[in-house]
Design a protein around this ligand. Sequence first.
Ligand code: FAD
Length: 441
Amino acid sequence: MQTDFLLNHTTSLAQATPPLRVAVIGGGPAGLMAAEVLASAGQALSVQLFDAMPSVGRKFLLAGRGGLNLTHSEPPEFFMKRYGERSEQLQPLIAAFGPNELRAWADALGVETFVGSSGLVFPKDMKAAPLLRAWLQRLRNAGVQFSMRHRWLGWAEDGALKFASPAGEVKVEADAVVLALGGGSWARLGSDGAWLPLLAERGVALAPLQPSNCGFEVAAAPGRAAASAGWSEHFSSRFAGQPFKSVAISFTDSRGRSFRRKGEFVATAAGVEGSLVYAVSSLLRDEIAAHGSATFQLDLLPDRTPEQVLAEVRHPRGSRSLSSHLKSRLNLDGIKAAMLYELLGKDDIADPLKLAAAIKALPVRVIATRPIDEAISSAGGVRFDGMDAQLQVTTPAGIKPPLFCAGEMLDWEAPTGGYLLTACFASGHAAGHGVLSRLGL
Ligand SMILES: Cc1cc2nc3c(=O)[nH]c(=O)nc-3n(C[C@H](O)[C@H](O)[C@H](O)COP(=O)(O)OP(=O)(O)OC[C@H]3O[C@@H](n4cnc5c(N)ncnc54)[C@H](O)[C@@H]3O)c2cc1C
């Protein structure tokens, strides 16, 4: 009898203790993953996810449009190198929730993945929408509450979170906060980088946001006025939007960092963009910042040796024009041949040695990145030296309630290939666990 009373008494006490409240702000992959980890604490926590947009995961859905590249299957030692100077900081996060865990997680949501060409990992149907749908359903079932159209505006004087909502400005109190607000590209999908000044005001260590995996503007071709940057009218009107297929880019920056890879990219109205350019973009961007421009070498025929190319260029051409000669001997025509005429002076074109050398290593000078809004991702953000190992922000004055950050808003960058999403999921997972341990759960 007495035991029953005690049991009932304890149960009603437990029921009377209100759950701790965690606010997750930002409903991209990083925020949703943090919410999922937090929801695993059950009744002890109330997890509320806020997003400025009418629905979550908009960039994730866009990523799915071209085939959602979730992660990469290469061995961890190669995988981690893709994070360059931040591989050390991201290593423990990705060791805890990396490519294998991500694939198992998707599988548990009913989305099987496969390893495609070059080791890239995709959902079998290549899409993001079914995965997001199943995930949101599971989060709702686990008790996560969603507040859409809530734009975070910073903190009120009493430490409460301030949001602009359809009902006007609202204040929300929380025992811990996870920010997963994304980087600074594709602002129309929600990630506009407007959080930077809010965090700067509170003394959070930040690196400026910069475009990553981005396109570039080319310098004026030799012989044209420097002010008229971009392609000539002739080249731009005929070739903007056309791809350079089966080419290679080589670049070594002034710090000795080297890049060489075969692939494809596209000519734009005034420059270059596309996967091969994105892959070298962080080196080019940093070189432009340091020296005003960066010059990469374009190999128009990476499957031929310099000797083979020279032999074909020198082959007697009789009365044929140089263009038909290049086409018949080297299969060089279209945008590739046009690029030679665009960037080489008449004398160099007429000199077989110089022409052959240019076909294998045509210098292309770029002078500016395209705007951050057009980039696939951004570099910069909340610095790792301003956070502890669990991604809790540490400032000299301290931030209350405890603040954790995750996803692309952290100061790391990576090439395309599934590395971006992997680090977003991994850091969301780490921040969720960071909150649980901070709250003693
Ligand atoms: C075209 C394209 C294709 C891509 N394809 C791939 C790919 O195949 N593989 C890959 O690995 N990566 C890909 N990426 C990159 C990847 O989508 C991003 O790195 C990832 O979505 C970032 O996740 P996140 O959770 O950090 O931020 P986001 O997904 O950007 O989410 C941030 C959320 O925060 C919200 N938010 C921002 N500010 C506020 C505020 N003040 N108040 C409230 N809410 C706010 C936003 O509305 C948004 O919902 C692609 C990106 C683009 C643009």
